[in-house]
Design a protein around this ligand. Structure first.
Ligand SMILES: C[S@@+](CC[C@H](N)C(=O)[O-])C[C@H]1O[C@@H](n2cnc3c(N)ncnc32)[C@H](O)[C@@H]1O
Length: 230
């Protein structure tokens, strides 16, 4: 991490009130949100518990709330969390809760079984070693799927291009992330480039896949069978 975590938190506290209207007004950000939400939904059913890491003002978690039993949002910025809580209350969503938590210490109660972990535009603040640690912390929660939308390098890093500010950001190459996913026990099921410096990776729990009890794959099998005679 190029800046201490407290500095990142303070930076996001400052922009929290204007974040939704000003900070991410790009096609790539919207594409990422949409891809992350769709990939998460594919692995969920109505009983699912979803964890949104680096949730900010709740873009992803709130979008998934109606399709889940429960959504937990975790972030280091109290200002961003306050915005997320306000949006949840305005939408009348009672199955979402937002609280302090970090990538490497998500602060999930022991008695909560997390089915799907999502994260959008947040993990690039961590150094590569810290991202590997974060992947292990996510894997320790034993989700069926981890969906990561983020700044990541498909080609050579280019600070002149949008989404990468070297003073505060520390994005990884897609190769480093792919290795971190697999080292943590996720099969990399999908990788989508939204921009040379932005993408979405989908990791599925290897054991769940091997046991054939993965919701996403069970659904894909069912869809493939169609409605006709079998
Ligand atoms: C660019 S915002 C993205 C917010 C949201 N996920 C979205 O898609 O709009 C990045 C968020 O990551 C949070 N963040 C940064 N470092 C973090 C860490 N180590 N653990 C948890 N959250 C972190 C920031 O506080 C901020 O709210």
């Amino acid at each position: 991490m190029k800046r201490p975590i407290e500095e990142h938190a303070a930076r996001f506290d400052e922009m929290a009130a204007t974040y939704d209207d000003q900070e991410n007004d790009t096609d790539e950000y919207r594409a990422c949100v949409s891809l992350v939400v769709d990939a998460a939904r594919d692995a969920m059913d109505a009983d699912a518990t979803v964890l949104d890491l680096g949730c900010g003002t709740g873009a992803i978690g709130l979008s998934l709330a109606e399709d889940a039993a429960r959504v937990l949002g975790r972030d280091i910025s109290e200002g961003m969390l306050a915005q997320a809580r306000e949006k949840a209350a305005d939408a009348g969503l009672e199955n979402v809760s937002f609280g302090e938590g970090r990538f490497r210490d998500p602060n999930v109660p022991d008695d909560v079984d997390v089915d799907v972990v999502v994260s959008n535009f947040a993990m690039h603040h961590l150094a590569d070693d810290e991202k590997r640690e974060a992947l292990r912390a996510v894997a320790a929660l034993d989700p069926d799927r981890f969906v990561l939308g983020d700044v990541m390098f498909f080609g050579l890093p280019d600070p002149e291009e949008p989404f990468y500010s070297p003073e505060v950001d520390d994005p990884a190459t897609v190769g480093v992330l792919a290795e971190a996913f697999t080292d943590a026990g996720f099969a990399l099921s999908d990788a989508t480039s939204v921009h040379d410096q932005v993408g979405v990776l989908v990791g599925d729990d290897v054991d769940a896949l091997a046991a054939g009890d993965h919701r996403a794959f069970a659904r894909a099998d069912t869809d493939a069978l169609g409605d006709g005679p079998r």
